[in-house]
Design a protein. Sequence first.
Length: 217
Amino acid sequence: MRAGLRWYAMLFALLGGGSWLLQAWLAINVAHEGGQSTLSGVWTFLGYFTVLTNAAVVVALASSVLGPVGPCTRWFGRAGVHSALAMSIIVVGAIYNLLLRQLWHPHGLQIFADVVLHDVMPVAFVLWWWLGVPKMSLRWADVVRWQVYPAAYFAYVLIRGAWDNGYPYPFLDVPTLGYGWVLLDAIGVLLVFMAVAAILIALARWQVSREAGVSRA
């Protein structure tokens, strides 16, 4: 890996990780202000796809910096994992900016964490994916394989919601919409994930063929 890319990955691993911890601290403070426990704040915080995806993105970037020093860094360093996370963080940014941003008005440090996790990290990680991730191993079948993560998250939301009646996003709010509408919403979002995945695979194949052509020239 080129030194510049290593520094880039390190910078955004630190920025993303710091913003993630800041967001966790803010969530705990909100819980305390509402008379709830620290554990309740952490539980609510870990219900968001944004939070889980940014955590995975930070680990993937850190794994690229550290290299394959253990099973965790080897797994997160794989091109397929990076690509699935690129798909996921793109959807994070798109859904937040198109559907959710207007639903609340952060202030203070919350603005910084909000912008980094929803705006900066999606752009930074996709640029990293384009410049720093080898893509020869990616296949069209990955479009389906990568849906394991969002599908697992949907199941996770339903299980959490059945237990505490809390749902992190309005389009997954079972008490308000009912299971039927929530399922339709989930299918619609899954199609968005698949469309983004297909675009990434197409771009990856174009990049690989272009680099192969340059190397033969």
